[in-house]
Design a protein around this ligand. Sequence first.
Ligand SMILES: [Zn+2]
Ligand SMILES: [Zn+2]
Length: 308
Amino acid sequence: MSGSGSAVSPKTLDRLPDSRKPAFRMRRILHGLGPVFILVVHLGCLLLLWTGLGVGAVVWATALYLVRMLGTTAIYHRLITHRSYAAPRLVWWLGSLVTASAGQMGPSWWKAHHLSHHRHVDTAADPHSPLTTDNGWRGFWHAQVGWLLSPDFHPASLPPDVEADPVLRLIDRLHIVPPLALAWLSWQIGGVEWLAAFCLSTTLLFHGVASVNSVAHLAGDQPFATDDGSRNNRWVAWLTLGEGWHNLHHAFEASVRQGYTLRRGELVTLPDPTYRFIRLLETLGWARRLRYPSERALQSRARLRPRS
Ligand SMILES: [Zn+2]
Ligand SMILES: [Zn+2]
């Protein structure tokens, strides 16, 4: 800055609105690399036409999918965003690195963007509702992919609790580094074929997570009363290791377990691998204070006429 006629003094900088501060602009540029990365991995899947996919590459792609999906669901979603359990800082940091390597952006962006969905669910201000912008295929397309290019992609503000942690803030701004490092590692281990496997795994993971935004607001049953279109969808639950029980999630955002439903007035648990993983963390001493809704609370939210 020094020596330049356009240098801005610290006092002047303080008076600038946030949107004109260099740090704000830099943050938007860094966050904007996320959609570019997602586009590139989609194109990277074309490499499969040349390389095919051997057994080793299939195992690699599958392992990357499962581990990074658990990072997204157990760490970004249930820990950092909804605080449905407590965990040592190391779990937050390592989990964020793993999840960022899936192209899921950084923890500050993810939490801010997702909380905006909960706050404005299925209204015009929801960043990725399939029910408001357009109905039918266009609404689905917006919730699945189109939201990446919408102005709502950039949250108005970032969550203070995540921003207060310098490690998480660094991972958030440099979120593009872990996925590039993992792409490079894949290439080092198995050449172009494993790089293609990385692209395939990352693309499938992106669509798996996005299916919670799209499919789980369009298809499935609604055993719990909520003011939105959220639904329990078993196919999305399998793809996302338990996040497809989305009607329960909107009814009880802080519940560490999402696999609940009601059948003829009886409370029934559903497969929820993410919850099992968090229970494993608990056994190892890396998770504590798991939060559950009481059976009475669950019963009290029963929709009088369940929709399916
Ligand atoms: Zn939702
Ligand atoms: Zn949520």
